[in-house]
Design a protein around this ligand. Structure first.
Ligand code: UDP
Length: 350
Protein backbone atom coordinates (compact mmCIF):
# COMPACT_ATOMS: atom_id res chain seq x y z
CA UNK A 1 0.00 0.00 0.00
CA UNK A 2 1.39 3.40 -0.91
CA UNK A 3 1.48 6.11 1.70
CA UNK A 4 -1.74 7.65 0.44
CA UNK A 5 -3.99 5.07 -1.08
CA UNK A 6 -7.19 6.56 -2.43
CA UNK A 7 -10.34 4.50 -2.53
CA UNK A 8 -12.61 5.97 -5.14
CA UNK A 9 -16.10 5.21 -6.21
CA UNK A 10 -18.16 6.82 -8.88
CA UNK A 11 -20.75 9.24 -7.67
CA UNK A 12 -24.19 8.67 -9.06
CA UNK A 13 -26.34 9.64 -6.13
CA UNK A 14 -27.17 13.34 -5.73
CA UNK A 15 -25.37 14.65 -2.65
CA UNK A 16 -26.05 17.49 -0.28
CA UNK A 17 -22.63 18.74 0.84
CA UNK A 18 -19.09 17.48 0.61
CA UNK A 19 -17.46 17.00 4.00
CA UNK A 20 -13.79 16.35 4.61
CA UNK A 21 -13.24 14.54 7.91
CA UNK A 22 -9.65 14.49 9.16
CA UNK A 23 -9.11 11.54 11.46
CA UNK A 24 -12.19 9.91 9.94
CA UNK A 25 -10.94 6.38 10.64
CA UNK A 26 -10.73 7.08 14.36
CA UNK A 27 -13.23 6.34 17.06
CA UNK A 28 -15.32 9.52 16.84
CA UNK A 29 -14.48 10.14 13.18
CA UNK A 30 -15.83 6.82 11.97
CA UNK A 31 -19.16 7.35 13.73
CA UNK A 32 -19.34 10.86 12.28
CA UNK A 33 -18.65 9.58 8.78
CA UNK A 34 -21.43 7.00 9.10
CA UNK A 35 -23.94 9.64 10.14
CA UNK A 36 -22.90 12.02 7.34
CA UNK A 37 -23.33 9.28 4.75
CA UNK A 38 -26.72 8.39 6.22
CA UNK A 39 -27.73 12.01 5.76
CA UNK A 40 -26.81 11.87 2.07
CA UNK A 41 -23.56 13.83 2.16
CA UNK A 42 -20.41 13.04 0.26
CA UNK A 43 -17.58 12.28 2.68
CA UNK A 44 -13.84 12.44 2.13
CA UNK A 45 -11.63 11.03 4.86
CA UNK A 46 -7.96 11.65 5.46
CA UNK A 47 -6.34 9.52 8.13
CA UNK A 48 -2.81 8.19 8.51
CA UNK A 49 -4.07 5.28 10.63
CA UNK A 50 -1.64 6.17 13.41
CA UNK A 51 -4.37 5.68 16.00
CA UNK A 52 -7.32 5.20 13.64
CA UNK A 53 -8.11 1.79 12.22
CA UNK A 54 -9.05 0.66 8.73
CA UNK A 55 -11.53 -1.76 10.28
CA UNK A 56 -13.54 1.21 11.61
CA UNK A 57 -14.39 2.29 8.07
CA UNK A 58 -13.89 -0.81 5.97
CA UNK A 59 -17.64 -1.43 5.79
CA UNK A 60 -18.05 1.98 4.11
CA UNK A 61 -15.56 1.40 1.32
CA UNK A 62 -18.19 0.45 -1.25
CA UNK A 63 -20.41 3.40 -0.44
CA UNK A 64 -20.66 5.62 -3.55
CA UNK A 65 -20.28 8.85 -1.57
CA UNK A 66 -17.28 7.75 0.47
CA UNK A 67 -13.61 8.35 -0.34
CA UNK A 68 -10.68 7.45 1.86
CA UNK A 69 -7.13 8.77 1.63
CA UNK A 70 -4.52 7.16 3.79
CA UNK A 71 -2.25 10.11 4.43
CA UNK A 72 -1.10 12.43 7.14
CA UNK A 73 -2.73 15.84 7.35
CA UNK A 74 0.75 17.25 7.01
CA UNK A 75 0.90 15.79 3.49
CA UNK A 76 0.15 19.07 1.76
CA UNK A 77 -0.62 17.69 -1.67
CA UNK A 78 -3.26 15.24 -0.51
CA UNK A 79 -4.76 17.67 1.99
CA UNK A 80 -4.93 20.41 -0.63
CA UNK A 81 -6.67 18.22 -3.15
CA UNK A 82 -9.26 16.96 -0.69
CA UNK A 83 -9.92 20.40 0.78
CA UNK A 84 -10.42 21.82 -2.71
CA UNK A 85 -13.47 19.54 -3.01
CA UNK A 86 -14.91 20.17 0.45
CA UNK A 87 -17.65 22.53 1.57
CA UNK A 88 -17.05 21.74 5.25
CA UNK A 89 -13.97 20.34 6.96
CA UNK A 90 -14.33 18.61 10.31
CA UNK A 91 -10.88 18.44 11.84
CA UNK A 92 -10.63 15.58 14.30
CA UNK A 93 -7.14 14.26 13.51
CA UNK A 94 -5.05 14.68 16.64
CA UNK A 95 -2.94 12.86 19.17
CA UNK A 96 -5.39 11.97 21.96
CA UNK A 97 -5.53 9.86 25.10
CA UNK A 98 -3.74 10.79 28.32
CA UNK A 99 -1.43 7.76 28.19
CA UNK A 100 -0.32 8.53 24.63
CA UNK A 101 0.18 12.17 25.52
CA UNK A 102 2.26 11.49 28.60
CA UNK A 103 4.37 8.89 26.81
CA UNK A 104 4.81 10.75 23.48
CA UNK A 105 4.91 14.48 24.13
CA UNK A 106 6.80 15.39 20.92
CA UNK A 107 4.32 13.54 18.74
CA UNK A 108 1.38 15.08 20.61
CA UNK A 109 2.50 18.66 20.35
CA UNK A 110 3.74 18.44 16.77
CA UNK A 111 0.71 16.57 15.45
CA UNK A 112 -1.72 18.89 17.12
CA UNK A 113 -0.11 22.15 16.19
CA UNK A 114 1.38 21.45 12.76
CA UNK A 115 -1.64 19.40 11.71
CA UNK A 116 -4.19 22.07 12.58
CA UNK A 117 -2.09 24.75 10.95
CA UNK A 118 -2.01 22.71 7.72
CA UNK A 119 -5.79 22.18 7.80
CA UNK A 120 -6.53 25.88 8.38
CA UNK A 121 -4.15 26.99 5.65
CA UNK A 122 -5.76 24.64 3.14
CA UNK A 123 -9.25 25.78 4.15
CA UNK A 124 -8.30 29.42 3.62
CA UNK A 125 -7.21 28.63 0.06
CA UNK A 126 -10.65 27.28 -0.79
CA UNK A 127 -12.90 29.15 1.64
CA UNK A 128 -14.14 25.93 3.26
CA UNK A 129 -15.88 26.09 6.62
CA UNK A 130 -13.78 24.37 9.31
CA UNK A 131 -14.92 22.79 12.56
CA UNK A 132 -11.94 22.20 14.82
CA UNK A 133 -12.11 19.62 17.61
CA UNK A 134 -10.72 20.80 20.89
CA UNK A 135 -10.92 19.23 24.30
CA UNK A 136 -12.07 19.70 27.87
CA UNK A 137 -8.37 19.38 28.77
CA UNK A 138 -8.12 23.10 28.03
CA UNK A 139 -10.02 23.78 31.27
CA UNK A 140 -6.97 22.33 33.00
CA UNK A 141 -7.14 22.60 36.75
CA UNK A 142 -10.13 24.93 36.79
CA UNK A 143 -12.26 24.46 39.89
CA UNK A 144 -15.32 26.50 38.97
CA UNK A 145 -17.81 23.78 38.09
CA UNK A 146 -19.44 23.50 35.59
CA UNK A 147 -16.92 24.68 32.99
CA UNK A 148 -18.14 27.47 30.72
CA UNK A 149 -16.60 28.28 27.37
CA UNK A 150 -15.40 31.73 28.48
CA UNK A 151 -13.92 30.66 31.83
CA UNK A 152 -10.35 31.54 32.71
CA UNK A 153 -7.92 28.70 32.19
CA UNK A 154 -5.46 27.35 34.78
CA UNK A 155 -2.83 24.91 33.55
CA UNK A 156 0.01 23.21 35.42
CA UNK A 157 3.72 23.83 34.74
CA UNK A 158 5.47 23.01 31.47
CA UNK A 159 7.53 20.38 33.29
CA UNK A 160 4.44 18.15 33.35
CA UNK A 161 3.70 16.57 29.97
CA UNK A 162 -0.02 16.38 30.37
CA UNK A 163 -0.38 20.16 30.12
CA UNK A 164 1.38 20.14 26.76
CA UNK A 165 -1.72 18.56 25.28
CA UNK A 166 -3.99 21.25 26.74
CA UNK A 167 -1.60 23.97 25.57
CA UNK A 168 -1.37 22.50 22.05
CA UNK A 169 -5.16 22.43 21.77
CA UNK A 170 -5.39 25.97 23.13
CA UNK A 171 -2.98 27.07 20.47
CA UNK A 172 -5.19 25.35 17.87
CA UNK A 173 -8.12 27.37 19.20
CA UNK A 174 -6.17 30.63 19.12
CA UNK A 175 -4.97 29.92 15.60
CA UNK A 176 -8.43 29.03 14.30
CA UNK A 177 -9.96 32.15 15.84
CA UNK A 178 -7.11 34.23 14.43
CA UNK A 179 -7.86 32.90 10.93
CA UNK A 180 -11.50 33.78 11.50
CA UNK A 181 -10.75 37.34 12.60
CA UNK A 182 -7.93 38.16 10.22
CA UNK A 183 -8.84 36.17 7.13
CA UNK A 184 -12.60 35.69 7.50
CA UNK A 185 -12.22 31.92 7.55
CA UNK A 186 -15.50 30.47 8.85
CA UNK A 187 -14.40 28.39 11.86
CA UNK A 188 -16.31 26.71 14.67
CA UNK A 189 -14.57 25.24 17.72
CA UNK A 190 -15.93 22.51 19.90
CA UNK A 191 -14.50 21.13 23.13
CA UNK A 192 -15.28 17.46 23.58
CA UNK A 193 -15.60 16.14 27.12
CA UNK A 194 -15.04 12.43 27.87
CA UNK A 195 -16.64 10.76 24.85
CA UNK A 196 -17.07 7.00 24.82
CA UNK A 197 -18.76 4.20 22.94
CA UNK A 198 -18.12 1.29 20.60
CA UNK A 199 -14.73 1.29 18.78
CA UNK A 200 -12.92 3.28 21.46
CA UNK A 201 -9.79 1.46 22.53
CA UNK A 202 -8.24 1.34 25.98
CA UNK A 203 -4.64 1.29 24.87
CA UNK A 204 -4.30 5.09 24.93
CA UNK A 205 -5.64 5.26 28.48
CA UNK A 206 -9.40 5.81 28.15
CA UNK A 207 -11.04 4.51 31.24
CA UNK A 208 -14.29 2.89 30.04
CA UNK A 209 -12.82 0.53 27.42
CA UNK A 210 -10.07 -0.34 29.88
CA UNK A 211 -12.50 -1.18 32.66
CA UNK A 212 -14.78 -3.17 30.36
CA UNK A 213 -11.86 -5.11 28.91
CA UNK A 214 -10.53 -5.88 32.40
CA UNK A 215 -13.96 -6.98 33.64
CA UNK A 216 -14.50 -9.24 30.62
CA UNK A 217 -11.07 -10.79 31.18
CA UNK A 218 -11.84 -11.44 34.86
CA UNK A 219 -9.10 -9.04 35.94
CA UNK A 220 -9.37 -6.45 38.70
CA UNK A 221 -10.31 -2.98 37.45
CA UNK A 222 -7.41 -0.54 37.82
CA UNK A 223 -8.82 2.49 39.63
CA UNK A 224 -6.25 5.27 39.73
CA UNK A 225 -5.56 7.17 42.91
CA UNK A 226 -8.51 7.09 45.35
CA UNK A 227 -11.12 6.85 42.58
CA UNK A 228 -12.94 9.89 43.93
CA UNK A 229 -12.09 11.98 40.85
CA UNK A 230 -15.20 12.40 38.71
CA UNK A 231 -16.14 12.70 35.06
CA UNK A 232 -19.24 12.91 32.84
CA UNK A 233 -19.34 10.44 29.94
CA UNK A 234 -20.99 11.21 26.62
CA UNK A 235 -22.07 8.57 24.12
CA UNK A 236 -20.31 8.98 20.79
CA UNK A 237 -23.57 9.17 18.84
CA UNK A 238 -24.61 12.13 20.99
CA UNK A 239 -21.23 13.75 20.33
CA UNK A 240 -21.67 13.24 16.59
CA UNK A 241 -25.17 14.74 16.65
CA UNK A 242 -23.77 17.78 18.43
CA UNK A 243 -20.95 18.27 15.91
CA UNK A 244 -23.39 18.02 13.01
CA UNK A 245 -25.82 20.39 14.69
CA UNK A 246 -23.03 22.97 14.74
CA UNK A 247 -21.69 22.24 11.27
CA UNK A 248 -24.28 23.98 9.16
CA UNK A 249 -25.32 26.68 11.60
CA UNK A 250 -24.01 30.07 10.46
CA UNK A 251 -24.43 31.66 13.88
CA UNK A 252 -21.92 29.15 15.33
CA UNK A 253 -19.09 30.62 13.26
CA UNK A 254 -16.31 32.24 15.25
CA UNK A 255 -17.47 30.60 18.49
CA UNK A 256 -16.43 27.89 20.93
CA UNK A 257 -18.86 25.25 22.25
CA UNK A 258 -18.69 22.61 24.95
CA UNK A 259 -19.95 19.18 23.96
CA UNK A 260 -20.41 16.80 26.87
CA UNK A 261 -22.71 14.97 29.21
CA UNK A 262 -23.69 16.32 32.61
CA UNK A 263 -24.34 13.06 34.53
CA UNK A 264 -21.37 13.03 36.88
CA UNK A 265 -19.83 9.89 38.36
CA UNK A 266 -16.69 9.13 40.37
CA UNK A 267 -14.25 6.72 38.78
CA UNK A 268 -14.75 4.29 41.65
CA UNK A 269 -18.52 4.50 41.10
CA UNK A 270 -17.91 3.94 37.39
CA UNK A 271 -15.88 0.80 38.12
CA UNK A 272 -18.75 -0.59 40.17
CA UNK A 273 -21.23 0.21 37.39
CA UNK A 274 -19.01 -1.55 34.82
CA UNK A 275 -18.81 -4.67 37.00
CA UNK A 276 -22.59 -4.69 37.41
CA UNK A 277 -23.11 -4.24 33.65
CA UNK A 278 -20.75 -7.10 32.82
CA UNK A 279 -22.51 -9.33 35.38
CA UNK A 280 -25.84 -8.43 33.75
CA UNK A 281 -24.40 -9.30 30.35
CA UNK A 282 -23.34 -12.79 31.43
CA UNK A 283 -26.66 -13.36 33.21
CA UNK A 284 -28.45 -12.54 29.95
CA UNK A 285 -26.10 -14.78 27.91
CA UNK A 286 -25.92 -18.08 29.80
CA UNK A 287 -24.30 -19.68 26.74
CA UNK A 288 -21.23 -17.50 27.37
CA UNK A 289 -19.12 -18.59 30.32
CA UNK A 290 -18.23 -15.71 32.63
CA UNK A 291 -14.56 -15.44 33.62
CA UNK A 292 -13.70 -16.44 37.21
CA UNK A 293 -13.98 -13.52 39.63
CA UNK A 294 -10.69 -12.14 40.89
CA UNK A 295 -10.25 -12.06 44.69
CA UNK A 296 -10.42 -8.28 44.62
CA UNK A 297 -12.55 -6.74 41.90
CA UNK A 298 -10.93 -3.27 42.13
CA UNK A 299 -7.22 -2.57 42.31
CA UNK A 300 -6.20 0.93 43.40
CA UNK A 301 -3.14 2.13 41.49
CA UNK A 302 -1.15 5.30 42.14
CA UNK A 303 -0.73 7.78 39.29
CA UNK A 304 3.03 7.25 39.54
CA UNK A 305 2.58 3.56 38.78
CA UNK A 306 -0.08 4.12 36.14
CA UNK A 307 1.73 6.76 34.11
CA UNK A 308 5.37 5.90 34.98
CA UNK A 309 6.06 9.44 36.08
CA UNK A 310 6.33 10.78 39.63
CA UNK A 311 4.52 14.05 39.01
CA UNK A 312 1.34 13.27 37.11
CA UNK A 313 -1.54 15.65 37.77
CA UNK A 314 -5.17 14.68 37.27
CA UNK A 315 -8.37 16.73 37.33
CA UNK A 316 -10.53 15.98 40.34
CA UNK A 317 -13.76 16.98 38.69
CA UNK A 318 -14.85 17.77 35.17
CA UNK A 319 -18.39 18.81 34.28
CA UNK A 320 -19.37 20.88 31.23
CA UNK A 321 -21.89 23.68 31.08
CA UNK A 322 -23.76 22.83 27.88
CA UNK A 323 -26.26 25.67 27.90
CA UNK A 324 -24.52 27.47 25.03
CA UNK A 325 -24.81 24.67 22.49
CA UNK A 326 -28.37 24.02 23.66
CA UNK A 327 -29.31 27.64 23.09
CA UNK A 328 -27.78 27.68 19.62
CA UNK A 329 -28.89 24.28 18.35
CA UNK A 330 -31.31 22.69 20.83
CA UNK A 331 -28.83 19.83 21.29
CA UNK A 332 -28.60 17.92 24.54
CA UNK A 333 -27.35 14.39 25.29
CA UNK A 334 -29.94 11.66 24.86
CA UNK A 335 -28.09 8.56 26.00
CA UNK A 336 -27.48 7.76 29.67
CA UNK A 337 -24.43 6.23 31.30
CA UNK A 338 -26.41 2.96 31.46
CA UNK A 339 -26.83 3.05 27.65
CA UNK A 340 -23.15 3.80 27.22
CA UNK A 341 -21.96 0.94 29.40
CA UNK A 342 -24.41 -1.46 27.83
CA UNK A 343 -23.28 -0.57 24.28
CA UNK A 344 -19.57 -0.80 25.15
CA UNK A 345 -19.97 -4.15 26.92
CA UNK A 346 -21.97 -5.56 23.97
CA UNK A 347 -19.36 -4.31 21.51
CA UNK A 348 -16.32 -5.54 23.42
CA UNK A 349 -17.84 -8.88 24.37
CA UNK A 350 -18.27 -9.30 20.60
N1 UDP B 1 -8.53 6.05 35.06
C1 UDP B 1 -8.52 4.98 35.96
N2 UDP B 1 -8.11 3.77 35.51
C2 UDP B 1 -7.72 3.53 34.22
C3 UDP B 1 -7.74 4.61 33.31
C4 UDP B 1 -8.14 5.87 33.76
O1 UDP B 1 -8.87 5.14 37.15
O2 UDP B 1 -7.37 2.38 33.90
C5 UDP B 1 -9.00 7.38 35.52
C6 UDP B 1 -8.09 8.55 35.16
O3 UDP B 1 -7.10 8.75 36.16
C7 UDP B 1 -9.08 9.71 35.12
C8 UDP B 1 -10.38 9.05 34.67
O4 UDP B 1 -10.22 7.66 34.88
O5 UDP B 1 -9.25 10.27 36.40
C9 UDP B 1 -10.70 9.30 33.21
O6 UDP B 1 -9.57 8.94 32.44
P1 UDP B 1 -9.51 9.02 30.87
O7 UDP B 1 -8.07 8.78 30.49
O8 UDP B 1 -10.55 8.14 30.27
O9 UDP B 1 -9.94 10.51 30.51
P2 UDP B 1 -9.44 11.94 31.07
O10 UDP B 1 -10.65 12.48 31.76
O11 UDP B 1 -8.31 11.74 32.01
O12 UDP B 1 -9.08 12.67 29.85
Amino acid sequence: MTEHTLYHADIHTPVRQTYLVTGGAGFIGSHLVEMLLQQGHRVLVIDDLSTGLLENIVHLRQHPNFHFARASITNELVLDRLTSEADIVIHLAAAVGVKLIVENPVRTIETNIMGTEAVLRAAVRYGARVLVASTSEVYGKGTRIPFREDDDVVLGPTSRNRWGYAASKMLDEFLALAYYREQNLPVVLFRLFNTVGPRQRGQYGMVIPRFVQQALAGEPLTVYDDGEQSRCFLHVTDAVRAILALAERDEAIGQVFNIGATEEITIRGLAERVLAEVDTFYAAHPERSAPPRPAERLRFVSYAEAYHTPDFEDMRQRVPDISKIYQHTGWHPERSLKDILCSVVQHMAG
